[in-house]
Design a protein around this ligand. Structure first.
Ligand code: SF4
Length: 687
């Protein structure tokens, strides 16, 4: 046993440092095994794919070896989480606790996007009266004054202001197109630059998937060089990388940039161009030309998105995305869109050229830097649209889709179907060690599908990928019961909603203190909610529906403090929520969480497997559903004291052959089949 392994034993053993020095810490052999496994990964330059069931304490199991390794070798370890909540918990709780008990000084730093930090230049411009604010924005500014003068980090998370105040945060936030870079008079105090410098010195960097992937896209210009990476909540990494590595032309984003340059408000002209008109009257004709090109681009963009909108409405598209097909590209509307695009691109080139000329004229001036920032962002938009319209639409290895927002066509996007291969090339190839961990990675107790889809197969072929499956220490058979209502119609059947309402009516009126009902369709959730609301509220049951009764945080807070309470939630509630003890006593799953085949993500995987002559249901849809189903089931039992019932209203779980795969992927082994009539009676002992 070498010194590192000995330290791990001293810390994690049944009488080790954690048990002795951390109040309330309970020895877990699964955690101990995982810490040993991760230590081995660091020592052997290996990759590890690990599932750590709920309650194992996976974050300590990787943080401790990471700290010891970083200190011993003097090399950085980057940790990436999907959610801000977990990132915050590691930085604000886990690492400070470990710092108290480990006999090792270590440095850690949280890496976040620039929009989280106060920009001194913006702040000083407002303070000095160089920028005027409307009343409400001024209230916000006054509310943050004391904090701004005393903060060491400039991180918005230190502010605890309500959402209606924080919506003005962008007036102070660092942002790319207003940053003065080398000409900024406050560079020495810049919070974002300080954060980047501290990342250089840190042993551990705690990041999130979005930032980690942005860093990849920007040729590693955010994070310092690293060779050791731990990806927590890894079950989301394939999906997040598909989105983050995609191309996106968003109408709102373009409008935001153009508006920051020039817009009219109650007949008054505003924006950066007006500032340039005032300071540089000699350049009036050039500014007039820039303004005119911008107006043309605005009009062309509006027509472009209007045609997309009209075409999709005619096709009767209901969902928020639509993947373009080969037939679409032959349609008349598409030719119109393409002609508009060509005109748009030509005008954009003219605008960029003029801006460039003016940037050169303003060389050495702060205003020149700001104008160049705007020009760069517009150049990127132009390049993105070029790639989507002139390359990706014809490419067999990309999917292109339209996105809707609030009933309007809002963006055109494209993504590679080879997301795993891209990760292998851009990310894994630079690493010496990698840990991918989550409470839900294995399907049917196998990691093969995850390894293949995440791009790790070439490393597995070289026998560099280790796997570890540690089950949750909770006693699910004693703590929970899972009922499947076997006489429910198929979810696609027209009678399903009627039966669903009847069953939910019975269950929710009798269910215990806190019931969470997980839906996969917003439309279905709202329909059912509107019918059940009067009955539930007449019985003084606090009834909460995601988005209808508030955003995620609001309904969660209200659900926790009310009893009895029923909460209807969509995708965000299927994972990452942690309701312990009486906060959740009954969980209802309305439908197995199959993704829509029309989603761009599903479409991409379907094309990927079809290209290889494989069945995409077996290789993508089913394993993906198994992991999401396991996430949903995992909401109920979060500690040893928890107890409760799970009701699955989708009888395909026991009727279909593929249901076996889903059953074998969850920690509850005994599944009780019941009829609609006997459900309430069976539930009684568990509520
Ligand atoms: S360097 Fe950029 S982000 Fe930092 S204070 Fe200056 S303008 Fe703001």
């Amino acid at each position: 046993m070498n010194s590192l392994e000995k330290q791990i034993e001293d810390i994690f053993s049944p009488q080790g440092i954690l048990v002795q020095q951390m109040p309330g810490f309970q020895y877990r052999k699964e955690q101990h095994t995982m810490a040993r496994g991760i230590t081995r990964v660091f020592q052997e330059d290996a990759f590890l794919v690990a599932e750590a069931g709920t309650g194992i304490g996976k974050s300590y199991a990787y943080l401790v070896p990471a700290i010891l390794w970083a200190r011993q070798e003097g090399s950085k370890v980057v940790i990436s989480t999907r959610t801000r909540a977990l990132q915050g918990q590691i930085v604000d709780h886990d690492l400070p606790e470990l710092a108290k008990i480990l006999n090792q000084p270590f440095r850690y730093m949280e890496a976040k996007g620039r929009e989280n930090y106060l920009c001194w230049n913006k702040y000083m411009n407002i303070l000095a009266g160089r920028r005027e604010l409307e009343d409400e924005a001024l209230d916000f500014f006054q509310a943050v004054l004391t904090w701004a003068e005393s903060t060491d980090t400039g991180d918005r998370k230190e502010l605890s202001l309500p959402g209606d105040k924080m919506k003005y945060w962008p007036i102070l936030a660092a942002d790319r197109h207003q940053c003065l870079r080398d000409l900024c008079p406050y560079r020495d105090k810049c919070f974002r630059l300080k954060m980047l410098k501290q990342l250089e010195k840190a042993d551990l960097i705690v990041s999130n998937h979005a930032l980690l992937l942005s860093d990849l896209q920007m040729d590693h210009s955010i994070l310092p060089q690293y060779e050791h990476l731990i990806i927590d909540e890894a079950h989301t990494f394939i999906r997040v990388s598909f989105e983050q590595l995609s191309r996106r032309f968003a109408y709102q984003e373009l409008q935001r940039i153009l508006r920051a340059l020039f817009h009219k408000e109650r007949q008054v002209s505003k924006g950066f161009l007006m500032h340039l008109y005032a300071v540089y009257p000699n350049y009036k004709s050039m500014l007039d030309e820039i303004r005119s090109y911008m107006e043309q681009i605005n009009a062309l963009s509006a027509s472009y998105f209007n045609i997309l909108d009209g075409a999709m409405r005619k096709a009767g598209e209901q969902s928020n995305t639509y993947v373009l097909t080969a037939q679409d590209m032959e349609a008349e509307w598409f030719y119109k869109v393409f002609d508009l695009y060509l005109e748009w691109q030509q005008t954009m080139h003219a605008l960029l050229y003029k801006m460039n000329v003016l940037v050169k004229e303003l060389d050495g001036e702060e205003d020149g830097v700001q104008l160049e920032n705007f020009r760069e962002v517009l150049q990127e938009i132009s390049d993105t649209v070029f790639s989507i319209m002139e390359e990706d639409l014809q490419a067999h290895d990309r999917v292109v889709w339209i996105e809707w927002y609030q009933g309007q066509a809002a963006a055109v996007c494209s993504a590679s179907i080879f997301s795993g291969e891209n990760l292998a090339e851009k990310l894994y190839s630079q690493l010496r060690s990698l840990v991918m961990v989550s409470a839900t990675l294995a399907v049917n107790r196998s990691f093969d599908n995850f390894i293949q889809r995440s791009g790790l197969q070439p490393y597995a072929d070289e026998e560099r990928v280790l796997t570890l499956l540690e089950d949750s220490p909770f006693d699910f058979e004693r703590q929970a019961r899972l009922f499947v209502v076997e006489d429910m119609p198929d979810p696609g059947h027209k009678q399903f909603n009627t039966e669903l309402i009847k069953v939910l009516h019975d269950v929710l009126l009798k269910a215990g203190e806190h019931t969470l009902v997980l839906f996969t369709s917003r439309k279905q959730m709202l329909e059912v909610a509107s019918i059940l609301r009067p009955a539930l509220e007449s019985q003084d049951i606090r009834f909460l529906v995601q988005n209808e009764d508030g955003d995620f945080d609001t309904v969660m807070a209200e659900f926790k403090k009310s009893s009895p309470a029923v909460l209807f939630g969509l995708e965000t509630f299927w994972e990452g929520i942690d309701l312990k003890g009486d906060e959740l006593t009954c969980l209802v799953i309305v439908k197995l969480p199959f993704r829509s085949p029309q989603e761009p993500f599903s479409s991409a995987w379907d094309r990927y497997y079809r290209l290889q002559g494989k069945n995409s249901f077996q290789h993508f849809m089913l394993p993906d559903t198994a992991v999401r189903f396991k996430q949903g089931i995992g909401r109920l039992i979060r500690s040893e004291e928890d107890r409760g019932a799970i009701i699955v209203l989708d009888s395909r779980l026991v009727r279909k052959k593929y249901g076996r795969v889903l059953q074998n992927s969850i920690p509850i082994k005994e599944i009780i089949r019941v009829g609609k009539q006997e459900l309430s009676t069976c539930l009684e002992p568990w509520l």
